[in-house]
Ligand binder design. Structure first.
Ligand code: PGA
Ligand code: MG
Length: 249
């Protein structure tokens, strides 16, 4: 771990030797990173399936379908266990999406909770003078009420949702957009996430990426990700980013 962190610090010093600016902002994924949202997502997915006459799915299986936004979650939840010829057509997917949206609007945030260390981690990053942004694949209509209901909105200068830009993570576009809004270069930010979508988008945007191991990586081990480090908690992440940003708390 120490070696990985040293390597990131060394990279950043090389990248920014001309400006000496280092890290000025932290971009944070939402589902599986800041908030444990799977209970509410699974309730909405299973309510959709019940409406369509389908059996419910285990929450752990639904968790492997989270990461690429609501349409993808609905599609994978409808097609779960089916051969290609039986998978939902566009009309069935649209019907499923409408049902999911109705149910999730009702339960979004009901049981969602910050993971241990998140609130202390955000406080430490903010105290260190870093700008904070959310970059999520969750649609705006669910992101903003969720952040409100869980009391997190006030931490963030910028919120980029899954439908803010033409393309979602793993495309770098939403990360670049967040940096534009923050008035910084991508190389002055660090991405914090839980999944392959965060790792790929950060790599493509040219910024370091740190992975938290407790979220939803589409059912895969986070050790398989191309990331700079896997760090156990937001609190632990905040400690060393603060040092690296040159504004120790
Ligand atoms: O909406 C999703 O599928 C995942 O959202 P996230 O990008 O905040 O993890
Ligand atoms: Mg996530």
């Amino acid at each position: 771990m120490t070696d990985s962190l040293s390597a990131i610090r060394a990279d950043a010093q090389t990248d920014h030797a001309d400006t000496g600016s280092g890290i000025r902002a932290v971009l944070l994924d939402l589902d599986g990173t800041l908030l444990d949202t799977i209970t509410d997502l699974a309730v909405a997915v299973n309510a959709m399936r019940t409406d369509l006459g389908l059996p419910t799915l285990p929450q752990d299986l639904i968790a492997t379908y989270v990461g690429k936004g609501a349409e993808d979650l609905v599609q994978r939840s409808l097609d779960s266990g089916l051969e290609a010829e039986h998978q939902a057509d566009a009309a069935r997917q649209a019907e499923g999406l409408a049902l999911f949206q109705t149910h999730y609007a009702r339960v979004n945030g009901e049981q969602a909770l910050p993971y241990p260390g998140v609130l202390d981690g955000l406080a430490a990053l903010q105290a260190a003078g870093l700008k904070l942004a959310v970059v999520t694949n969750k649609p705006t209509a669910f992101t903003l009420p969720l952040l409100e209901r869980t009391g997190l909105t006030h931490w963030f200068e910028v919120i980029v949702s899954g439908d803010t830009c033409p393309r979602k993570k793993p495309d770098p576009m939403p990360l670049q957009h967040a940096c534009d809004l923050l008035g910084i270069a991508p190389g002055e930010a660090v991405m914090i996430g839980d999944s392959v979508n965060d790792a790929l988008s950060a790599r493509a945007a040219g910024m370091p990426v740190l992975i938290l191991p407790y979220g939803y990586n589409e059912g895969h081990d986070v050790a398989t990700l191309d990331a700079d480090a896997v760090i156990p908690s937001m609190e632990a992440i905040a400690g060393w980013i603060s040092q690296r940003s040159g504004h120790p708390k």
